[in-house]
Design a protein around this ligand. Structure first.
Ligand code: NAP
Length: 303
């Protein structure tokens, strides 16, 4: 992806913003450490060696290292039992030096059906991914203290670029717990009118064509092209697919670029913002922990 100069102002540059946010957070962490003598620490659990999960965990570990969050990983074998995984989650819950816990998804086939059960066993105060039912419930009441990372990253990106959400018709193509569902509440909170589409939506095109803001997270390259969108639409492309070693979003970027008002690139859009939100959530978990010990730590307006 390399848009011509005339289109550069259309790009919602998630990579650049994520760098800025991470750098600000790094300063907050430094100050907090000087104050408390305690370093924020993220505990992750990886089950098996799925290559995509491996890549994502490595990116998270690298970012943690760069900004001063200690990264700790428990690696479990592909065949680990349900009880063993539950025991490891409990171990991290009980460890007072761990402030945030991340269970890398997806889990292997034999554990997939228990995903929600595992997530609900993570202490809500250590829930960096915002996927515990307690934090999901808070979102229902527009409380975004620990909101799911990808939706949080999308909202932060749009707000940074002054995308007006109020009164806009937003179409989300995705209804997963990770992306679509949290976005509904975050967008309603900001006074958007929201439609959620999925694989059973009849006449998807008629919804997409009306969208002022289109958020696509389907996982199919070129799912959206210029014939489907309204002139001046803002497009958030969440999809990530790997084909022949190349990363693709869900949107035919070069095709829609002249017609849309703004768009996130893939890579370099939502992905880095998701990681920045994870770091931000980890610091929030640290703050919650410190507060429980009688120490208030300011975050200096980090979103
Ligand atoms: P998912 O649970 O499989 O969700 C995919 C969604 O797309 C579902 O709601 C599905 O509908 C819908 N869908 C699939 N085919 C469709 C079609 N033909 N027409 C309309 N809707 C269709 O996956 P996910 O975890 O939410 O992730 C979705 C994509 O986002 C993936 O490419 C993933 O890699 C990417 N992602 C990126 C980031 C990031 O940081 N950039 C973070 C998370 C996810 P049903 O519900 O009816 O099946």
């Amino acid at each position: 992806m390399s848009p011509g100069n005339e289109y550069m102002n259309k790009i919602l540059d998630g990579r650049k913003l994520a760098e800025q946010l991470n750098s600000r957070l790094k300063n907050c962490i430094k100050t907090a450490r000087e104050l408390t003598g305690i370093q924020p620490k993220l505990g992750t659990i990886q089950v098996g060696n799925d290559p995509a999960s491996e890549t994502y965990i490595n990116i998270k570990a690298k970012t943690c290292n760069e900004i001063g969050i200690e990264f700790f990983k428990i690696q479990l074998t592909e065949k680990v039992s349900k009880n063993e995984l539950l025991e490891n989650i409990e171990k991290l819950n009980k460890d007072d030096t761990i402030h945030g816990i991340l269970l890398q998804l997806p889990l292997p086939e034999h554990l997939k059906e228990f995903t929600n059960e595992f997530l609900s066993k993570i202490s809500p105060n250590k829930d960096v991914d915002g996927l515990h039912p307690y934090n999901q419930g808070k979102l229902f009441n527009y409380d975004e203290t620990l909101a799911s990372c990808t939706p949080k990253g999308i909202i932060t990106l749009m707000e940074h670029y002054d995308v007006n959400i109020t009164g806009k018709y937003v179409v989300i193509i995705n209804r997963s717990n990770l992306v679509g569902k949290p976005l509904i509440f975050m967008l309603l909170k900001r006074n958007a009118t929201v439609s959620v589409c999925h694989s059973y939506t009849v006449n998807l095109q008629s919804h997409v064509k009306e969208a002022d803001i289109l958020i696509v997270a389907v996982g199919i390259p070129n799912f959206i092209d210029k014939t489907m969108i309204k002139e001046g639409v803002i497009i958030i492309d969440v999809g990530i697919s790997k084909r022949d070693g190349k990363i693709y979003g869900d949107v035919n970027f070069t095709d829609v670029l002249p017609k849309c008002d703004k768009i996130t690139p893939v890579p370099g859009g939502v992905g880095p913002m998701t990681v920045a939100s994870l770091m931000s959530n980890c610091f929030t978990c640290y703050q919650i922990h410190m507060k429980s010990k009688g120490m208030e730590i300011e975050k200096n307006k980090i979103p």
